[in-house]
Design a protein around this ligand. Structure first.
Ligand SMILES: [Zn+2]
Length: 456
């Protein structure tokens, strides 16, 4: 590995064509025609150089696990679901668990008995597409020592994950995929209730499996964990799930405990009821800088002022409009359709908005999120809240923000900044006009190349 400084020549940085010098993991100079002596070089040829993208909400361990799972999201009927499960059962070695993800209403009533009939000799666990619940067959229930008549367990990965026999997550492919997208940092929004989840992420960072910077939330039980080496602590993740609402007192206590520990909260709000509930707790406990609403899947227009007055940021996932929009149109209360995954109206109301993917529950490619924020169309082409559309530049900027300020100003490529960079293969306007094709030519984190071409 060369010790020479790297010079990225003739790169388009915020509209200007400049050279960018990188040394010791930092940007050390930005300007036209910098001195080339004693450098290795990459010629950008006028292509855009961006700060690396930061995905403000995803789930790294679930992304790793999804790679070893049968995704039934493409199975649109109960019969197709049964077919793909039987096929997967036949293809898998006899002693292995079958892990299924992407379960939803289109698959009919999936319960313990049905899974037993599909694969009687193998433990199966199937995760609802929301990530918030699992259904297990009899073998699987016995293996984890759980009792459930219908097989359903309404709990999060973190709690049950420790008891799955085969869950040794490999984060290297996840890190490589994110690097291909130009992602140099992520915020992991998993509400871990045990430090071992953070330890796995810290290990993956230190052994190089995961090159991205990681800001981790963890749940209320980890409000004051030992600082995990190599990770930043973000807000405390608080779940407000409609099927298991905490008491308002409990919610307010979690908010206060987090705030007293110097940490904001990030509250999972996917329904009108959940949002109203969370806002009531904020009214009691008060809001602090950095407090966030995660998803904001349904935000009735009359609540915009309350959210703005509390100073809350919304971290949303526009790609759900594309990935799940057709299902929403079939399932959601008609009155709620116009309130789905707002974006433009939040910004107009003065609410800071950050973008993210919620991978693996949404598509992991942030360029898909940008495209979806712009076109607001479902997979079949139906519009959802077309007036919520924002421009491609605005959408991109909301993935270039700092982890502590998802809806703030985009990070900049300037002397002193960490060399977390994403080089496209063409000027920005051309790339944004033709989303979401893969346009990322190279990605650096701390000045180290993690994807793409070596310098010449
Ligand atoms: Zn999430």
């Amino acid at each position: 590995m060369s010790e020479l400084p790297l010079l990225i020549t003739r790169a388009e940085v915020r509209g200007d064509v400049v050279d960018v010098r990188i040394e010791g993991g930092r940007v050390t100079a930005v300007g036209p025609e910098l001195d080339r002596r004693g450098t290795t070089r990459i010629e950008a040829g006028g292509a855009a150089l961006l700060p690396g993208l930061h995905d403000h909400h995803l789930h790294l361990l679930a992304m790793a696990a999804a790679r070893r799972s049968l995704d039934v999201a493409a199975a649109a009927s109960p019969a197709t679901f049964d077919d793909v499960v039987r096929q997967a059962d036949r293809a898998l070695a006899p002693d292995r668990w079958l892990r299924i993800i992407g379960l939803d209403d289109r698959h009919g009533r999936v319960d313990r008995t049905r899974l037993d009939a599909l694969a009687p000799d193998r433990p199966i666990r199937a995760q609802h597409r929301s990530g918030a619940a699992w259904v297990l067959n009899s073998r699987a229930l016995a293996a984890v020592g759980e009792v459930s008549d219908d097989g359903w367990l309404h709990r999060h990965d973190a709690e049950l994950g420790r008891r799955w026999a085969d869950d040794a997550p490999d984060l290297a492919p996840v890190g490589a995929e994110l690097a291909r997208f130009g992602v140099t940092g992520v915020t992991d929004a998993t509400p871990f209730d045990d430090p071992s989840g953070l330890a796995v992420l810290a290990d993956a960072r230190s052994n190089g499996q995961l090159p991205q910077r990681v800001t981790a939330m963890g749940g209320p039980a980890l409000t004051s964990p030992a600082p995990p080496t190599g990770l930043e602590l973000g807000p405390v993740k608080v779940l407000v799930a409609d099927d298991a609402l905490p008491s308002i007192g409990q919610l307010t206590a979690w908010f206060r405990t987090a705030h007293d520990a110097g940490r904001p909260v990030a509250v999972h709000c996917v329904t009108r009821v959940g949002l109203v509930f969370a806002l009531a707790a904020w009214a009691d406990a008060g809001a602090t800088v950095g407090d966030r609403i995660e998803h904001g899947s349904v935000i009735p227009v009359e609540l915009l002022t309350t959210i703005a007055d509390l100073g809350l940021t919304v971290v949303t996932q526009p790609a759900f409009v594309r990935a799940r929009g057709d299902a929403y149109l079939a399932e959601v209360e008609p009155d709620d359709v116009d309130h789905l995954y707002r974006c433009g109206s939040l910004i107009d109301a003065g609410i800071p908005v950050g973008l993210s993917t919620d991978a693996p529950f949404g598509p992991a490619d942030p360029w898909t999120a940008i495209a979806s924020a712009v076109d607001r169309r479902t997979a079949s082409g139906a519009p959802i809240g077309p007036s919520e559309a924002i421009t491609p530049t605005d959408a991109l900027d909301r993935l270039l923000t700092a982890p502590t300020d998802p809806g703030g100003a985009p990070r900049r490529i300037e002397p002193g900044a960490p060399a977390d960079l994403c080089l496209l293969d063409r000027p920005l306007a051309d790339a944004l006009a033709d989303l979401p094709s893969e346009r990322v030519r190279a990605t650096w984190i701390d000045g180290a190349l993690v994807h793409g071409a070596e310098p010449g």
